[in-house]
Design a protein. Structure first.
Lengths: 675, 363
């Protein structure tokens, strides 16, 4: 009762603050800006908030909050467009949506998938806000219960989702996940700064690869290339009528799934340190595990959209807890949010431990602004989805250059070096091959995302645990095996057992026929060679930096054993076995263009960028691609190019960004945007 | 390089040149965009600092140019600093914000450093302080004046960002006091270190002043943390005195004096003091690139001085920067000199200590 005595007046004040016309107006402005930014894959809340920062100084606190919260809240709503329609993860929040959303779009059910996703997003956002209103008062001690061993167990639980997403050959999924982890360890070790698979001569790799690049490379590029080779529209049949109402009905039919996934989203979002980038995978895994009929997952089951989408908006609410209560940002956009709040008004709102005591009304205002923004954003998105879904009916050759332009621009925001594009292309190539030989790309991505936390928490838990054991055996055991850890261990074991038993039914990326033996074996050998190299590279890290050695060596060992077993299986199995899956064989009848010719177009864009800079290279690329590959007239191609260049320049100008320069720019000073 | 205003710029550049020459002591930035390069990501402390100053700077500079903060993170800020070193002064539209994390690799002869502070022109030096704190039950065991002798058998855990970063200052301080501190590396910011303390996993921690005020003071009020000492501040003669933000707290120097076996003179102390001075009293600095004319330096110096003359400066800067000197002009130059010109013995001592204690080899 005491809780309500504090909460109710503050809640009342919060609503009085929010429900003013100008506050709602700013919220809507933020929502519209957030939707515009979220639609473009790779540009998330960080880009949007940076855009708003200059205006925050001295702004009235509530209006400033409304503007920012409006923007942050709807990014995970509108990024669904890219995930469902193009198969491109719009941001880390909607990677899992791709798995079932995109196949639905291919089947002409884009509008249905979108509206199911938006309904789930809305619901998730509201559940998140309602849960937080009560929970935020009790959150502090609960969050503090999650010490390093608990964080490590949650990370391992996230990794166990690989079991469900491993595909038909579980071993391949395991090796893919290990490969993802090893790619995630590239760069300076977190513990002693030892270098893994990088040298100071190539500074780009020292900081490691960024999620934006790996996400876009592993999912977006293979899909774009595959669609281009077929030379048709994304949707391979006429759209079904009444799409969007259907999606809402789907959501209603699965409302309990939506509730559970929303709660998963809030809870995982609340825990600082994980950044919520695995929430959607955990929700997806949960959706699969709790469904009776699993055969449709991966080839367009609407539940595979409802699960992750319910969780990712709820997660934004959950992420507010570490941000507001501890002053520790749960994500990059939240970090900017904190610094922006300090600029508001007279700087009297201090994000941190005093927030609940001194600014409970503001805290509630933020929580419910978030909910309101979700409502507004969803309504706008549903209204727009019918029209935007028509994109799937356009011939893909006309869409692809535009998409590639945006992806390259987004990747370039990672480090603003030409190497960003090289890395995108390299990871893209890996993605294409993994897709071709039916290696689980979700498993790879989960590995990549969790490599950092897994290594960090392992080392820290080991160090702190060792110190506790020095004090006494009991104290050590209590630390390592807290009740929360034990519960998490049980959940993880159950999830792995269930996952392994059922993974054969879940083909996260559809069925794939088998081809000849040679190509899959060559790919396996190449993967093995990289892993062996990574193993050797980590093993030579000297003793004083051993904390940076143990983790990659362990993971590489597991992966090498996996590779060896796969090789043995391959030698024994005959050509038709699932282990030799080769999408080239499956799609042979549909592909109009060759893989390497299609890839050559993008490689030429990359090489031309390195020589004459991105904008000039892009102009040439768009012109020639539309004329030669798409077969349109020169006039059509020129107009297309003009619009494309104008669009990307406008976007860069608004966001205050530059484009990758090439060799040309190091000799000649050129005016923006050619720099 | 951001050159979106280049069109307008080309038209006015001749005009500007005559203006500057005529007035002799200031440059006009009307219609231009000043790019403030921060060699860290959008999410760090330097971003907060620059975002605080940027709108004020825009108001204070002649011609009220747009001031944008851009981020060039990588390799612990050495990448951005190396890039800045390559730049030459053009028209005063590029400035650079360094931090302690830029200073330390420079002092420790990190092989990645290809920049030279003495080439640059400092126009602002912002200081900060630091406060060490303990759990109350350990704090209760402290002796007179913060004497740490009773804690020598305690098994300390400290969440650290890395021994070669600013954490070098507290790590060396713990060691001088004779404490057994095991740093747990790999945390991503001091906020994570505080969280580790709050969870009871770490039992010693420090925060910079503004983070202490916002993050730890509530814990002190709730009785779950107890302040121990501040690192102190520098007076005009370069002596360590009590931190004006925390006048009631002893400085590390006082605690060291009170603790048996901790010396406030000699090689170790000199090294600690040198790195403290490099890391805190002039932690964040703003530079114009090499070759900037006096007029440009004077313009920016005056602008930053004018910001501090604002009536509301004390109020708006308190939460963001703490009550610390924001030095301009000669004072900034002196601060930069003391922060980047560390005696060779101090450098050698720390480099040797890092390699013996943590196995860090900088080559």
């Amino acid at each position: 009762m005491e809780v309500f005595a504090t909460a109710l007046p503050a809640l009342n004040d919060a609503f009085a603050m929010i429900l003013q016309p100008h506050v709602i107006g700013y919220l809507l402005l933020g929502v519209v800006m957030g939707l515009c930014i979220g639609v473009f894959p790779g540009l998330g809340g960080i880009a949007g908030l940076s855009l708003l920062l200059p205006f925050m100084f001295g702004m009235e606190p509530v209006t400033g909050l409304a503007l920012m919260v409006g923007m942050v809240a709807v990014v995970p709503t509108s990024d669904t467009f890219a995930s469902v329609l193009m198969g491109i993860p719009g941001s880390s929040a909607s990677q899992a949506t791709v798995l079932d959303g995109f196949p639905m779009a291919k089947k002409g059910q884009a509008a249905r998938a979108l509206s199911a996703a938006f309904a789930s997003s809305l619901f998730g956002g509201l559940v998140g806000a309602a849960f937080l209103t009560v929970f935020i008062l009790a959150a502090r001690p609960i969050v503090l219960l999650f010490q390093t061993p608990e964080l490590l167990m949650i990370t391992i639980f996230g990794l166990s989702m690989v079991g469900i997403l491993a595909g038909r050959v579980a071993l391949k999924g395991l090796v893919a996940a290990c490969l993802g982890i090893l790619v995630g360890t590239i760069g300076e070790g977190a513990s002693s700064g030892a270098l893994r698979m990088s040298t100071y001569d190539m500074p780009y790799l020292v900081d490691g690869l960024k999620l934006v690049i790996v996400g876009l490379g592993i999912f977006a590029i293979p899909e774009i290339v595959a669609l281009l080779r077929r030379d048709r529209a994304i949707s391979d049949r006429a759209p079904l009528g009444g799409g969007w109402a259907e999606g809402v009905k789907d959501w209603w039919a699965n409302k309990w799934l939506s509730v559970r996934c929303s709660l998963i989203g809030v809870v995982v979002g609340v825990i600082p340190g994980l950044g919520g980038s695995v929430v959607d995978w955990i929700a997806y895994g949960h959706a699969v595990q709790t469904s009776k009929d699993k055969s449709g997952f991966g080839s367009g089951d609407v539940r595979g959209v409802i699960g992750p989408e319910s969780s990712n908006n709820a997660k934004e609410g959950g992420g507010l807890v570490p941000t507001l209560l501890f002053g520790i940002p749960g994500s990059g956009s939240m970090a900017i949010f904190i610094s922006a709040v300090a600029l508001l008004g007279t700087g009297s709102i201090e994000v941190g431990p005093s927030m609940l005591k001194n600014n409970l009304d503001f805290t509630y205002a933020i929580v419910w602004l978030l909910a309101l923004a979700n409502v507004a954003g969803t309504i706008i998105c549903i209204a727009a989805s019918g029209g935007i879904a028509k994109l799937t009916e356009i011939r893909f050759a006309l869409l692809a250059p535009f998409l590639f332009m945006i992806i390259a621009f987004a990747a370039f925001q990672s480090r603003q070096e030409i190497w960003d594009l090289v890395a995108l292309f390299g990871i893209g190539l890996l993605g294409i091959l993994m897709r071709r030989f039916d290696w689980s790309r979700p498993a790879f991505l989960i590995g990549f995302v969790l490599a950092g936390p897994a290594e960090r928490y392992t080392n820290q838990a080991y160090q702190i645990g060792a110190s506790r054991f020095r004090r006494g055996f009991e104290e050590g055991i209590e630390y390592i095996f807290s009740p929360i850890v034990i519960v998490l261990v049980i959940i993880t074991l159950l999830s792995v057992v269930i996952g392994l038993r059922q993974s054969k039914n879940i083909q996260a990326e559809g069925a794939v026929a088998s081809g000849s033996k040679r190509a899959p074996i060559i790919f396996l050998l190449a993967v093995t060679a990289y892993i062996a190299l990574a193993y050797w590279n980590a093993a030579i890290i000297p003793d004083f930096a051993r904390m940076d050695r143990v983790f990659p060596v362990f993971v590489a060992t597991v992966a090498l054993i996996g590779c060896a077993l796969l090789l043995v299986q391959m030698m024994r199995a005959d050509e038709t076995s699932a282990i030799f899956a080769d999408r080239e064989a499956e799609d042979a009848g549909e592909n109009v263009h060759g893989l390497w010719a299609t890839l050559g177009w993008f490689a030429s864009l990359l090489i031309a960028s390195a020589i004459v800079g991105f904008i000039l290279a892009l102009a040439g690329f768009l012109l020639l691609f539309i004329r030669l590959r798409a077969g349109k007239s020169w006039i059509y191609a020129t107009v297309y190019t003009g619009i494309g260049i104008a669009f990307i320049c406008a976007m860069a100008w608004t966001l205050n960004r530059d484009f990758p320069p090439g060799l040309l720019q190091s000799y000649f000073e050129l005016p923006w945007p050619l720099t | 390089m951001l050159k979106k205003t280049l069109g307008a710029l080309a038209l006015t550049s001749a005009l500007v040149a005559t203006h500057a020459a005529a007035e002799g002591h200031s440059i006009d930035l009307a219609g231009k965009t000043v790019e403030w390069i921060i060699p860290f990501s959008e999410t760090g402390g330097s971003a907060k600092w620059a975002n605080f100053y940027a709108p004020l700077l825009s108001e204070a500079l002649p011609g009220n140019p747009t001031v944008v903060v851009t981020f060039n993170p990588g390799a612990g800020s050495t990448k951005g600093a190396n890039a800045f070193q390559e730049m030459e002064y053009e028209d005063g539209t590029t400035i650079f914000g360094s931090s302690g994390s830029t200073q330390f690799p420079y002092l420790l002869s990190d092989p990645r450093v290809r920049y030279e502070y003495s080439d640059w022109n400092v126009v602002l030096a912002s200081g900060t302080g630091g406060v060490a704190y303990l759990p109350p039950e350990l704090s209760a065991q402290l002796g007179e004046g913060g004497d740490a002798s009773a804690l020598r058998d305690e098994d300390f855990i400290y969440g650290s960002q890395g021994a070669t970063r600013l954490d070098l200052v507290p790590l060396l301080a713990w060691e001088m006091l004779g404490l057994q501190v095991e740093p747990v590396f790999g945390i991503e910011g001091r906020g994570d270190g505080r969280l580790m303390f709050e969870r009871g996993e770490a039992n010693i921690d420090y925060q910079t002043s503004s983070s202490f005020l916002s993050g730890v003071t509530p814990l002190v009020e709730a009785g779950t943390a107890a302040p121990w000492f501040s690192f102190g501040a520098l007076d005009a003669e370069g002596n360590i005195v009590r931190d004006p933000t925390f006048p009631d707290m002893p400085t590390f120097k006082e605690v060291c004096d009170a603790t048996e076996g901790c010396e406030t003179s000699g090689e170790q102390w000199d090294a600690w003091k040198a790195f403290f001075v490099a890391g805190f009293p002039a932690q964040k600095m703003v530079f114009l690139p090499a070759g900037a004319p006096d007029a440009a330096v004077a313009t920016f110096t005056e602008a930053f001085a004018a910001i501090q003359q604002r009536e509301d400066f004390a109020e708006i800067s308190k939460a963001r920067l703490g009550v610390y000197p924001q030095l301009t002009g000669d004072a900034a130059k002196t601060a930069m000199a003391s922060a980047t010109d560390v005696p060779q013995e101090a450098k050698d001592f720390v480099i040797n200590w890092l390699s013996e204690r943590y196995g860090v080899v900088l080559q």
